[in-house]
Design a protein around this ligand. Structure first.
Ligand SMILES: [Ca+2]
Ligand SMILES: [Ca+2]
Ligand SMILES: [Ca+2]
Length: 139
């Protein structure tokens, strides 16, 4: 009985988090979907990273990324580190074409070569639930 209650409580927390994070993830989607066609392409993923590429060498080093985070959202420093680990799939401390490709594949759960709004939002809600101890719940 106690076990069941714990499960229900966990489930409710998860549902609560999901409803909290969905608007944030949706906003992130809108910001990434540059041409507004409700799908994210590889080019759009790449473009969303160019703002971090301070020295313009086409790669985003950990230092560049963290400089950006610390400049605009210093309270999210710990989250930034965590997200960088997630983006830098081959763990060479640079985010480049290989990582964009792998990140895109991870988002494209249906494997049709396009990232839909649902795919994007459900991925990000999962990330935000998993990292909720590192950022403050919005709203
Ligand atoms: Ca698009
Ligand atoms: Ca760079
Ligand atoms: Ca990398």
């Amino acid at each position: 009985m106690t076990k069941l209650l714990v499960i229900i409580a966990l489930w409710m927390t998860e549902t609560y988090c999901q409803s909290t994070f969905t608007p944030v993830a949706t906003e992130l989607f809108t910001g990434t979907d540059l041409n507004g066609d409700m799908e994210i392409t590889r080019t759009e993923i790449e473009s969303s990273f160019t703002k971090y590429d301070e020295n313009g060498d086409g790669r985003v080093s950990r230092v560049e990324y963290m400089d950006f985070v610390d400049r605009y959202t210093p309270h999210l420093h710990a989250l930034g580190q965590e997200l960088y680990n997630d983006y830098d799939i081959n763990k060479d401390h640079h985010i480049d074409l290989n990582d964009f490709e792998a990140y895109f594949t991870k988002l494209d759960t249906s494997g049709d070569g396009r990232v839909s709004k649902d795919e994007f939002v459900s991925y990000w809600v999962k990330v935000m639930v998993a990292t909720s101890h590192l950022h403050e719940t919005v709203g």
